[in-house]
Design a protein around this ligand. Structure first.
Ligand SMILES: Nc1ncnc2c1ncn2[C@@H]1O[C@H](COP(=O)(O)OP(=O)(O)OP(=O)(O)O)[C@@H](O)[C@H]1O
Length: 241
């Protein structure tokens, strides 16, 4: 299935991910469980997402979508294959190196924002920069980015003082503040109504193109797919157009 409504970044898919930046998953296989209970979660998966390209992955429950995000985010090591981030194979790196890639090069956005309860919106972004060992000058300016996602007026609010959509906006800004190469987004609209879901995915599309990040979004929400540059389907661990 392929849906296209917004144009991909001009540099998208002109060359391989190794040459022009982005994420390249090559021949990845992953088995989970033991003995008779072994499941092939990913079955020879190839995926090439350019910098500035917004790719959605849909598929039934248990088809392997979360497993693919985990492998792309250096959280799980595949049995075979490679995951290249701007041309560097992160799948075979040491645990320490993988943790560094996650902090510095990979942004994660979860279902409900996953913000730290005690921190204001602005401090969520500052904290992410600190953890990545970056200063504001190495990444996006936290205030400017909060403005960009429409949350400048809520900079001093803590998560419990924000709506679900606002928490998700802060979560997106926090994931982008370090200027990651890859943005991995897991069901960002699961807790939102129709209009807010649309706004959030539009924002993800805009920021993907603006920040030239390679974004993969897993979703069950077919109503938002029109904002994505490409839509791929996952069935039984296999990915197809
Ligand atoms: N830790 C585990 N041990 C054994 N099998 C697992 C484990 N985690 C996931 N699986 C299996 O791997 C397959 C892929 O799971 P995965 O979570 O990637 O699917 P999904 O498409 O993200 O599903 P959902 O949409 O329900 O989140 C499923 O059959 C699942 O039961």
């Amino acid at each position: 299935m392929t849906t296209r409504s917004t144009s991909p970044h001009p540099d998208s898919r002109r060359a391989g991910a190794q040459e022009r930046g982005g994420l390249l998953v090559e021949g990845v296989t992953l088995s989970l469980g033991d003995g008779d209970a072994t499941v092939t979660a990913l079955d020879d998966v190839d995926l090439d997402v350019a910098s500035g390209e917004f790719v959605a992955i849909v598929g039934p429950s248990g088809s392997g979508k979360s497993s693919l995000l985990a492998v792309a985010g250096a959280l799980t090591t595949p049995d075979t294959g490679r995951v290249l981030l701007d041309g560097v194979d992160i799948s075979r790196a040491s645990s320490r190196e993988k943790a560094r890639h996650r902090r510095e090069r990979i942004g994660f956005v979860f279902q409900s924002g996953n913000l730290i309860p005690a921190l204001t919106a602005l401090d969520q972004l500052r904290f992410a920069l600190d953890v990545a060992g970056k200063r504001a000058g190495d990444g996006h300016d936290p205030r400017e980015l909060l403005d960009r996602v429409g949350m400048g007026h809520r900079a001093g609010h803590r998560p419990h003082q924000l709506s679900g959509g606002e928490r998700q906006r802060v979560g997106i800004a926090r994931a982008l503040v370090t200027r990651p190469a890859v943005l991995l987004v897991d069901e960002p609209t699961a807790a939102l109504d129709r209009a807010r879901s649309d706004d959030i995915v539009k924002l993800l599309a805009h920021e993907t193109h603006e920040s030239a990040v390679a974004t993969i979004m897993v979703t069950h929400d077919h109503d938002v797919l029109g904002h994505c540059d490409r839509v791929l389907s996952m069935v039984d661990g296999r990915l197809s157009e």
